[in-house]
Design a protein around this ligand. Structure first.
Ligand code: HEC
Ligand code: HEC
Length: 256
């Protein structure tokens, strides 16, 4: 049974790779992604095309920054990152505030460059630089209760909200390629996304899955879930989802 469901996920992975990334395939059936070109754009941007270096806002280790509201990109999942960059380029995701730069940047990146950057940041390890909840609270940001967030992540709210981990995996460790890693994502970014799904200002979720969840969340639920998820510890259980990520990546040829 376990094997079958794994196989189903892998097939879904291949389908999603095609459906969500709009990728073209090289002759042998693999897409190509040049991680060193991705690193170059991540660190230096594309000055001639007006693309600022990603590192400026997403941080040296691509772990995001609460003061800027930027997300961690490190090891977030290759297919998911390609999808977001494509959605930005097509104006299917239009953030407000600082994040509004993402649409212009994504339009100035070719399909190949989107894959190159996604491959690069996906290979970066999660560095353990989690949000400083005490510091955020001291600076006046509303911060929730992690223990209440844990209940929401594991069990949801009876008859109202599905458990986050039913889609995002144990402790939000992600279920590639469709469900992004939300464990050890940045606090402010998680709060912003849940708020945006709730008021439907972010609408690029497949089948409206996140809007359906978020419309039943209170402000406290959002703060509590984000507080827990931003620190959610690495699982000690077998991580089959990371295996999925690796299996999806077998279809992507990474050149150095
Ligand atoms: C001026 C600051 C800034 C720069 C430079 C920048 N970003 Fe962003 N980026 C943001 C912000 C802010 C968000 C969050 C948007 C939101 O709240 O929806 C974001 C979101 C993203 C996301 C969505 C991640 C997710 O979890 O869904 C991706 C992918 C991304 N950026 C990639 C890049 C890449 C690649 C570059 C370089 C080419 C880059 N960014 C440069 C500010 C920046
Ligand atoms: C029915 C499945 C499902 C459930 C349950 C679910 N999510 Fe999601 N979530 C998704 C999908 C699919 C996406 C990716 C949307 C996209 O492709 O842009 C997502 C994206 C997100 C994001 C944005 C991640 C990013 O990097 O931008 C956050 C934050 C999030 N979910 C939090 C939660 C929380 C908190 C819960 C529980 C209260 C939850 N989700 C429950 C399906 C689900």
């Amino acid at each position: 049974m376990l094997r079958l469901s794994k196989l189903a996920k892998v097939c879904w992975g291949t389908v999603a790779l095609l459906a969500f990334s709009g990728v073209s395939f090289a002759g042998d059936g693999a897409v190509t992604a040049n991680a060193s070109n991705g690193k170059n754009i991540f660190e230096n941007g594309k000055p001639d095309a007006g693309v600022t270096a990603c590192v400026t806002c997403h941080g040296e280790k691509a772990m995001g920054n609460d003061d800027m509201g930027t997300p961690r990109l490190a090891n977030l999942g290759y297919v998911y990152i390609v999808k977001q960059l494509t959605n930005f380029a097509e104006d299917k995701r239009t953030p407000q505030g600082l994040g509004a730069v993402m649409n212009g940047f994504a339009k100035s990146l070719s399909e190949q460059e989107k894959r190159d950057i996604s491959a690069y940041v996906n290979t970066l390890p999660k560095s353990g630089e989690t949000s400083d909840l005490k510091g955020l609270k001291a600076a006046g940001t509303a911060v929730g209760e992690p223990y209440k967030g844990e209940i929401l992540v594991r069990y949801g709210v009876e008859g109202k909200v599905s458990a986050c981990q039913s889609c995002h995996g144990f402790n939000g460790r992600g279920a590639d390629p469709v469900y992004p890693k939300i464990g050890q994502q940045k606090y402010v970014y998680i709060v912003n996304q849940l708020t945006n799904w709730r008021d439907a200002s972010r609408t690029n979720d497949p089948m409206g899955q996140m809007r359906a969840i978020a419309k039943n969340l209170t402000d406290d639920d959002i703060h509590n879930a984000a507080a827990y998820l931003s620190q959610a510890p690495e699982s000690t259980m077998g991580d089959s989802m990371e295996l999925n990520n690796q299996m999806v990546m077998q279809h992507v040829k990474i050149t150095k």
